[in-house]
Design a protein around this ligand. Structure first.
Ligand SMILES: Cc1cc2nc3c(=O)[nH]c(=O)nc-3n(C[C@H](O)[C@H](O)[C@H](O)COP(=O)(O)OP(=O)(O)OC[C@H]3O[C@@H](n4cnc5c(N)ncnc54)[C@H](O)[C@@H]3O)c2cc1C
Length: 404
């Protein structure tokens, strides 16, 4: 599977940040993590900090999967509004998910600062009503979030125009959000894993695995094998191939980064902006004064079809963003597309699946808010391996597929 196409900004900006060896020998360790994207890196770092002996493998260069295509928005508000999620899971569970996401953002900021040399910034996030008939829905959403103590303010039409320079019937503003360079953060995490005794191998493909009562044997393509007590599959959107049951659907998403703006990104300097229509448009800035515009997701699951659309989609995104912010001269410098996946309820899967038994744990941080989910998942899987409970154990497990 080709996970991305075009020129994802982070790989252009950073280049190859590190080389890891390819695995050529037999090994043994406590935990093998398959996948050196942001999900695998967060999990490996958490487990090494907890004292596990960890080995990370990736078939590509580290971070070169969909992590490099991610635009790095960190929000507690997931793609599914709290009211809609409540209708699906019940209000208590929906609030639990939002609360976990709310806590994951400061945790990610702390982690990035601790690691150093990670381009990360706290931001505000503005969620505007794309259409007049979304207005009452957003007002109800704001009231529901406020009733549970989430940080959200309602801005009316005049306030949006005054502060952000565009027209929308209503918008929800929160001070709890952030933006990150996820590719850089994955590399900084992996470097710390190695410093603390973990091992990282790239260009190393898991061909198959055998899970038994006493452990798991992971076979490496064209090389030996790794014996471990627990296997974590943080294989991104390719992880679905390891399950007979379909648990998510692949989508394609598109983005571009502009040339640096001579007068800076204006209202986007400290605010992420996204909208209530689906698929949604979203906009953020970068530290060097560029603007990243993304969205226009579609159901395309064939990389070759997705690749052919990048130029067209970039032009469409540019026009929409220029309509919203006519004063910003948005000239696309690099455009790209990537695969992501959506689950039925918008929630991720973390934990074992009955197909492979209790020693094989999936880490499927699926959805537009994947990095925030990955952070929660790292805590959840660490708790599981240490024999502790996590508040989202049940909610993020495969069991919920049998309940619906
Ligand atoms: C255009 C776009 C924009 C996005 N924007 C955002 C955003 O703003 N915020 C957000 O939170 N999320 C966003 N996402 C979602 C984003 O993709 C995820 O949040 C996250 O990057 C996924 O990371 P991952 O580590 O789970 O997957 P990946 O980065 O794909 O990592 C999985 C790794 O597993 C490896 N692997 C797979 N199979 C094997 C095997 N058999 N053997 C060895 N290695 C294997 C792959 O090579 C890959 O490197 C966006 C996605 C796209 C496409």
């Amino acid at each position: 599977m080709d996970l991305k196409s075009g020129y994802p900004y982070w790989t252009v900006k950073n280049g190859l940040l590190a080389n890891y060896p390819a695995l050529r020998e037999d090994l043994a360790c406590d935990v093998v993590v398959v996948g050196a994207g942001i999900t695998g890196a967060l999990i490996a770092d958490r487990l090494v900090r907890a004292g596990f002996e960890v080995c990370v493998i990736d078939r590509r260069e580290a971070g070169w999967g969909s992590t490099s295509a991610s635009t790095g928005l960190l929000q507690y508000e997931i793609d599914v509004e709290l009211a809609e999620l409540s209708a699906h899971t019940g209000e208590a569970d929906a609030v639990l998910v939002y609360r976990q996401c709310e806590q994951a953002i400061p945790a990610l900021l702390r982690l990035a600062r601790e690691l150093g040399k990670v381009d990360v910034r706290p931001m505000q996030s503005l969620y505007y009503a794309s259409r007049w008939h979304h207005r009452s829905r957003l007002l109800k959403e704001a009231a529901l979030r406020q009733s549970h103590g989430f940080d959200v303010r309602v801005l009316d039409r005049a306030q949006i125009l005054d502060r952000y320079g565009f027209e929308a019937p209503v918008a929800l503003l929160t001070r709890l959000a952030a933006q990150v360079d996820p590719y850089q953060m994955a590399h900084r995490l992996l470097a710390r894993v190695v410093r603390r005794g973990g091992r990282v191998f790239d260009r190393t493909t898991m061909a198959s695995f055998d899970a038994g009562n006493r452990g798991v044997k992971v076979r490496i393509d064209n090389a030996g094998s790794i014996r471990c007590r627990q296997l974590i599959l943080a294989a991104g959107y390719e992880g679905q191939r390891l399950l007979a049951q379909r648990v998510a659907r692949n989508r394609s998403s598109y983005a571009f980064v502009s040339d640096p703006l001579p007068d800076g990104p204006g209202p986007l300097a400290d605010c992420l902006v996204w909208e209530s229509a689906r698929p949604y448009l979203y906009v953020r800035s970068t530290r060097d004064g560029r603007v990243i515009v993304g969205g226009d997701d579609d159901r395309i699951d064939l990389p070759i079809k997705r690749d052919a659309l990048v130029a067209l989609k970039v032009e469409k995104l540019r026009k929409r963003a220029a309509n919203l912010f006519p004063s910003l001269p948005l000239e696309p410098a690099f455009g790209w597309a990537g695969t992501f996946a959506e689950t039925e309820d918008g929630l991720p899967f973390f934990g074992p699946h009955p197909q492979h038994g209790s020693r094989v744990h999936f880490a499927m941080a699926y959805g537009g808010n994947g990095i925030v989910y990955s952070q929660i998942g790292a805590e959840l899987l660490c708790a599981r391996l240490e024999g502790r409970k996590h508040p989202c154990d049940k909610l993020f497990s495969f069991d919920r597929l049998n309940r619906s």
